[in-house]
Design a protein around this ligand. Sequence first.
Ligand code: FAD
Ligand code: NAD
Length: 464
Amino acid sequence: MSDQNYDVIVIGSGPGGYVCAIKCAQLGLKTACVEGRESLGGTCLNIGCIPSKALLHASERFDESAHHFKDLGIDIPAPKVNLKNMMAHKKSVIDANTQGIEFLFKKNKVEWLKGWGKITSEDTVQVGKESYTAKNIIVATGSDVVSLPNIDIDEKKIVSSTGALELAKVPKSMVVIGGGVIGLEMGAVWSRLGAKVTVVEFLDRILPGMDTDCAKGMQKILEKKGIEFKLSTKVTSAKAGKSDVALEFEPASGGKAEKLKADIVLVAVGRKAYTDNLGLADVGVELNERGQIVTGECFETNVDGIYAIGDVIAGPMLAHKAEDEGVVLAEMLAGQSGHIDYNLIPGVVYTHPEVASIGKTEEQLKEEGTAYNVGKFPFMANGRARAMQATEGFVKILADKTTDKILGCHILGPEAGNLIHEVAAVMEFGGSAEDLARTCHAHPTLAEVVKEAAMDAFDKPLHM
Ligand code: FAD
Ligand code: NAD
């Protein structure tokens, strides 16, 4: 038994865990963070958000230089992909970020307990041969990939997102199972680099849960770029052979089976909470039917002194959701109060153009029976978007019919992931479409499209 006693031990150093640990330490709590990986930062920094964005950025620049420089009056020889160097760029971005967390731990005096943690009682965590005690234990162990029956992920030919971030060469063909966020982002990367990508989606639409107009628009744009979609279709098996993968698929509602071959198959059908070998059953922590840790309003589990945040509990599996939960829980443990409005967590798909969403969709408002106004404005009518040759898409703002309060915003277009945040800030303060429309926006900016959509919601736009 170690003599190390802490106020807080966080298990897992992803965006939920590392942020929570730093905030706890900043609030004066003696804090340690257990992480079994070689580097800090969790799924997000090592095999998720950060490496995928490094490849999305690099592949987008390749696509731009190969296909769009000419229209801007820039003549260059046909660019070539140097995958080894592109992967080196990705690695350098991961290293800079994960080492940055190590630096922040040292700066804030968070101790990294290296190894896999197991909860052995309500105040004790075992790491290797050592046991450590804490007044509060926070589980932030994140999520893991899931597969489908009859499909074994080998991370070589049949890959999850982890393998798709590591391919040694550009495949000639790739089948992506699942038209969600990972499927579209990783499909876009390999399509831009030269693979023939086919996305097989079980539902009759891509990006379930996001605004339908954005999803339909996104699909059209990706189709123009050469990605093929098979909607309402289920893959029933995928078998890796010597040189390729043989797939069988059929209509989602059942029917005639078809066959397809691909060099690489990416399985991107969602993720599951990760609680393996944590000892939760032994200490009696309750899980729901989806394997997620059940938590109350203050992230408390049913066992006193044990809390959980991030992908391992219910809610959207997003890094910023995990981070916000980490901050709020740290504040609560330090005797302060904190709050998260789960309606105001933005979602972004980092394709080109991007899709970004916050608040309610039209489908949700209709279901609730809320009367609303729609304001919509296209990037096509914006000077800056034309100068950037980025005219595809629109901003849609949904506002309460009676009060004009903004209820949702959905953007398909350039920089959507950045543009959504001014709407997020207005919504945090309960603002209206008129508030947004009467805020002076610099010209010429893409943000003027947000302003015009807000004008359209409460009155009428000027530039249409
Ligand atoms: P995680 O980041 O999963 O971290 C959990 C950590 O706990 C891991 O490092 C694990 O090793 C550690 N751990 C587990 N068990 C133990 C144990 N017993 N002992 C010690 N350590 C343990 N989200 C976004 O918001 N934006 C994006 O652009 C985005 N892109 C993504 C791209 C991909 C390819 C993937 C897979 C995910 C992406 N996500 C994105 C989702 C995002 O990565 C997760 O929502 C986020 O990482 C969740 O954070 P977390 O702290 O809950 O868990
Ligand atoms: P997802 O839930 O976004 O998409 C999974 C897709 O697979 C859905 O469209 C679903 O209908 C489809 N599907 C399910 N079973 C199927 C089947 N048998 N055949 C065909 N299609 C099937 O999940 P994901 O894309 O795997 O991503 C996992 C998590 O990671 C998500 O919760 C997401 O929030 C997070 N993530 C976020 C980002 C981002 O914020 N930009 C990027 C990557 C991942």
